[in-house]
Every structure is written in structure tokens, then in C-alpha cells.
Design a protein around this ligand. Structure first.
Ligand SMILES: [Zn+2]
Length: 376
């Protein structure tokens, strides 16, 4: 068993990379997709089912857990792994991004941010030090620095000012985190879509020194083309021998494009959230199960998918339970979506290791261009 978190790069194909992050709680195969377990659960899924889809690691949300049930309560009950019955690695975000996107009245200063809970209006404070404390109480394996992420578009001065404050917060996060063998702290690069600001941010983070590096501040409204333009250079500004994590991404084609550009880890609520709204991701593109064309269709969603929704149920059934608002609908569609996302990751890992990423990618896009099969 490893005592420290370490990253081993096993192969590259162009800018795409495959490797393994070793942790005391198990290995994380990269490129890795992390399902989001916002409130100590991946909604509609049992933890053992999440594991069956192929997930090596989950993401937990500091903002949600600090408000309810509170980090102190989770710590008293043995930590987040035991609390939610997931004994493999967990990455927690810092809470910063969700304070900005979810909480009501908030006030930012050099010290940190004070805000009102979206649940009951109670007042809370998050600082780099408090974020490190909460993530330690949760028992997170991979801890994220506390940072500020401005929504795009924003003007260059605002992005620069925000990035420089995030770099001061990164140093405070590093100091507060201390030395915790078996746990990792990741820095977060900011700088919007400005290449020189991204470089300045990467350089500041490298001076501090982290176990991994995230590309932050993307997927916040800039669009895929702008995001890919930034990813053409941003991962290359970060150390080659450490994992690179793109936060909050994304749709299947975003994920493939990010891995192609050198990203090792990603997370997104999309597969689970879409599962609950009837949106299904398949090799042939997006299927809306609520569409009436499925009501007499005996075929599975995807005849080649290994998930229980595809192996055991027809489109007609999945359509019916969605329309009837039965709970099994969200369960089956989430299971399928998470399986599909993990199968994309496995496909990319194999292709990068075999030096066939370009062919794999062409296949991936060709399947989606086919569209869902209308005819019987
Ligand atoms: Zn399936």
C-alpha cells in the first residue's frame, strides 16, 4: 500500500496522456472521469453501482457538506468515506466556486468570503484556512485550493486581479494544509482566456509546489471553441509529472477534446443530472427518452452497452417509467450515463496506451454523427 499520493505517466499519444494516480485508498486510472457526489451521494445511485460503472474516484462538494450535515458532524461519524460508504478516493472542491454560483448575499475580501446559506439563510465564512479545515474534517484524499473563479466574459483587469488574489490564497491554502502523508493538495490555475495570465498563474503555483494542478476558470460560459483554444496551451504550462485536472467538464465531446489536449482528470454533474431529466448519452449521440417515438420501441437504448438499463430494459419501458415519474427512471438512466462516460474514459486510456488515439477519436465522432437510430 502506498503511503503518499503519486502519479505515474504510462503513455502519451500526441498531447494525450494515460497513467495512474496511486493513493492509500486505491488507484485512479487516468484519464479519469469523477462522478459528482454533491451531498454525500451520487444521486439515484448506490456506491457499489457507481464503482461498477468503472469510477475510481468521486467528487464531493465542500459548500454543500459544510452547510448540511456539516463537516464537523461527518468527522465525528468517521469521515466522508465511511459516512457515504465509499472506501475509494474522494476529491473535494474548495467550496469557492459554489459559494459564487449558489449562495445568496456574499461579500468578498482579501481574507475570504462571507455568505448566506441557500438552505436557511444562515451566515457562513469561507477562507483558504477554513476550506482546508473542512476538507480535512471530511477526510478528502485530494484537496483543492480555495480560489475565486470569475464568470466569463470578464474584462482583463478583473481577471488579472482575481487570479493574483487566488495565487495568494493558494499560498495560504498550502500553508494551512501542511504535510499530510496520503493526502494531496492541488493548486488551481486561473487567468481566464488570457495566455500570459495563465502563464503567470502556472508559474506562481509551481513556485509554491502542489501534488497536482487544475485548470480552473473554464466551462463558465466561454463556449467549447474558446475552451479548446485555452486548452491548446494551458495544460502545457503546468508540470508534466503531475496530474492535470479540468474542473467541471463536461459533455462527452468536451471530455474527449480535453484529454486530447493533455488533461488527466475531469468531473461533471451532467451524466447524473441528465439521467434524472430523461437525457441519455450514447455512442449515437443524445437520446431524449421522453420523446413519444420510444413508446413502442422494444430495443435497448444502446445494444452494445453493458449497463443494466440497456441489458434488461426496452426503450418503451424506460420511456414509460420516465413519463410515470417512477424513481427507477432516474436510477436506470443515471446508471447508463455514468457507464457510458466511464466507457469513453476506458476507450481513451486504451487508445492512448496503444498509440491509436486519433483513430479512436475519429470513431467517436463518426458514431455521434450517425445520430440515434430512428428505424426498427
Ligand atoms: Zn446502457
Amino acid at each position: 500500500m502506498v503511503e503518499r499520493i503519486a502519479f505515474q505517466l504510462n503513455g502519451t499519444d500526441g498531447a494525450a496522456r494515460t497513467g495512474v494516480i496511486s493513493t492509500p485508498r486505491g488507484e485512479i486510472r487516468t484519464p479519469a472521469f469523477m462522478p459528482v457526489g454533491t451531498a454525500a451521494t451520487v444521486k439515484a445511485m448506490m456506491p457499489e453501482s457507481v464503482r461498477e460503472t468503472g469510477a475510481d474516484i468521486l467528487l464531493g462538494n465542500t459548500y454543500h457538506l459544510m452547510l448540511r450535515p456539516t463537516a464537523e458532524r461527518i468527522a465525528a461519524l468517521g469521515g466522508l468515506h465511511r459516512f457515504m460508504n465509499w472506501d475509494r478516493p474522494i476529491l473535494t472542491d474548495s467550496g469557492g466556486f459554489q459559494v459564487m454560483s449558489l449562495s445568496g448575499l456574499r461579500k468578498m475580501s482579501e481574507k475570504g468570503v462571507t455568505f448566506k446559506s441557500h438552505i436557511d439563510g444562515s451566515r457562513h465564512e469561507l477562507t483558504p484556512e477554513r476550506s482546508m479545515e473542512i476538507q480535512r474534517l471530511l477526510g478528502s484524499d485530494i484537496v483543492m485550493c480555495f480560489d475565486e473563479c470569475p464568470a466569463l466574459p470578464a474584462d482583463r483587469d478583473r481577471i488579472a486581479e482575481s487570479m493574483r488574489m487566488s495565487m495568494r490564497w493558494a499560498q495560504r491554502s498550502r500553508d494551512a494544509f501542511g504535510d499530510r502523508p496520503g493526502h494531496a493538495l492541488f493548486g488551481i490555475q486561473q487567468g481566464g482566456l488570457e495566455r500570459d495570465l495563465r502563464e503567470e498563474s502556472a508559474s506562481a503555483l509551481c513556485d509554491i509546489g502542489f501534488d497536482g494542478y487544475a485548470v480552473g476558470g473554464l466551462a463558465v460560459g466561454e463556449g467549447q471553441a474558446a475552451m479548446f483554444d485555452c486548452l491548446d496551451y494551458a495544460p502545457g504550462q503546468l508540470p508534466e509529472d503531475k496530474p492535470r485536472y479540468l474542473m467541471g467538464v463536461g459533455k462527452p465531446d468536451d471530455i474527449v477534446g480535453a484529454v486530447k489536449r493533455g488533461i488527466d482528470m475531469m468531473d461533471c454533474v451532467l451524466p447524473s443530472r441528465s439521467g434524472r431529466t430523461g437525457q441519455v448519452f450514447t455512442r449515437h449521440g443524445v437520446v431524449n427518452i421522453k420523446n413519444a417515438r420510444h413508446q413502442d420501441d422494444p430495443r435497448p437504448l444502446d445494444e452494445n452497452c453493458r449497463c443494466p438499463a440497456c441489458r434488461n430494459y426496452s426503450r418503451a419501458y424506460l420511456h414509460h417509467v420516465f413519463r410515470a415519474q417512477e424513481m427507477i427512471s432516474g436510477m436506470l438512466l443515471t446508471w447508463h450515463n455514468l457507464t457510458y462516460f466511464q466507457d469513453i474514459m476506458q476507450g481513451m486510456r486504451d487508445a492512448i496506451a496503444g498509440g491509436t488515439f486519433a483513430a479512436w477519436e475519429a470513431d467517436f465522432h463518426a458514431g455521434r454523427a450517425d445520430g440515434d437510430i430512428e428505424r426498427l
